[in-house]
Design a protein around this ligand. Sequence first.
Ligand code: ADP
Ligand code: MG
Length: 358
Amino acid sequence: MLRRIFAFLISLIMIAGMASCEIMPSHYNGKSENNGTAQRDIFAMDTYMTLTAYGDRTEEAIDRAEEKIRELDTKFSAGNPDGEIGKLNVRKQAVLSDESKYVIEYARKIWDMTDGAFNPLIYPIMKEWGFDTKEYHVPEEGRLEELVGHMDMGKLVTDKVTGEISFIDKAMEIDMGGIAKGYTSDSIMEIYREYGLTGGIVSLGGNVQAFGKKPDGDAWRVGIQHPDGEGQLGIINVEDKAVITSGGYERYFEEGGTRYHHIIDPATGYPAHAGLASVTIVSGSGILADGLSTAVYVMGYDKAVKLWREHSGEFDMILYTDDGKQYITEGIEDIYEPADNDNVYVIRAWGTVHSNSP
Ligand code: ADP
Ligand code: MG
């Protein structure tokens, strides 16, 4: 928890640093507005969030955004029977809103494009480890093997006529945790657009998405947290983009001297270890960036490069390996400033080169 609060404070400092000096210092659950700028901190989706907006109707836009966040928090929460996903998990069959159907079908799309490294049917496994209640424990032998057998996306079906979604395998439960925040930040960008804002930026537990430009016309400067806890891997300059990072350092527990984190390899049910300490995805789509950050962490370097080469028009990425090297895709070469120029490599459509090589 302390780590998360620390990360939150860092992100606040980052955002304050990025924005103009008109921004007032932040307070927990505080509101502030000043000359067409507004900023608000809220706690939702089990994380700290900061919303910043520039324009004429910033306070209204942020009110609407907060309302939307709270609505989606209930709607997408896997364990809340008041919400649509929670209801589907209990009843195994439900007619859902277009929004929930969109998110489920998007999860299927990412499952498909990542050969199953992303699988939203992970919820029974998250529960088995205690990640839903924070009463963590290592599952008994054989239990995960059994649960992994109930993650067949072919058994999540949508009725073409009624639109009803059902689980053919009644042991299945769905978890939107890998994409919910990305969808939420996409929705906030939509609200900022509707209210005619000139710019804005949100951080949902370190997942950043930027709308337009800063008031001074420059791009937003977004810091990428170093997975070791202190400092940054670098800073990326973006407009109208999501910058979303996944890492095993974000949420974990320790038992018997081993660390177990919350990004699970659907093939085994165990926390994924594919040689990456952190994965950042940069994309115009928040939901895609969120889903892929989780999936690429599971996939590891080789599969990630192959995926990027097939979809290089849709996203870019920063991979930080367990042995301390940064690999960035060529689409962000000119907008990324690594904190340390050593050990930085650029992944190109053909081949990979050291960024400092002649
Ligand atoms: P965070 O939400 O902490 O920023 P991520 O975006 O990487 O981190 O999402 C992790 C969450 O995604 C987990 O808490 C769980 O709900 C879900 N999840 C974990 N592993 C997978 C997976 N392989 N495929 C899909 N969802 C996953
Ligand atoms: Mg994710």
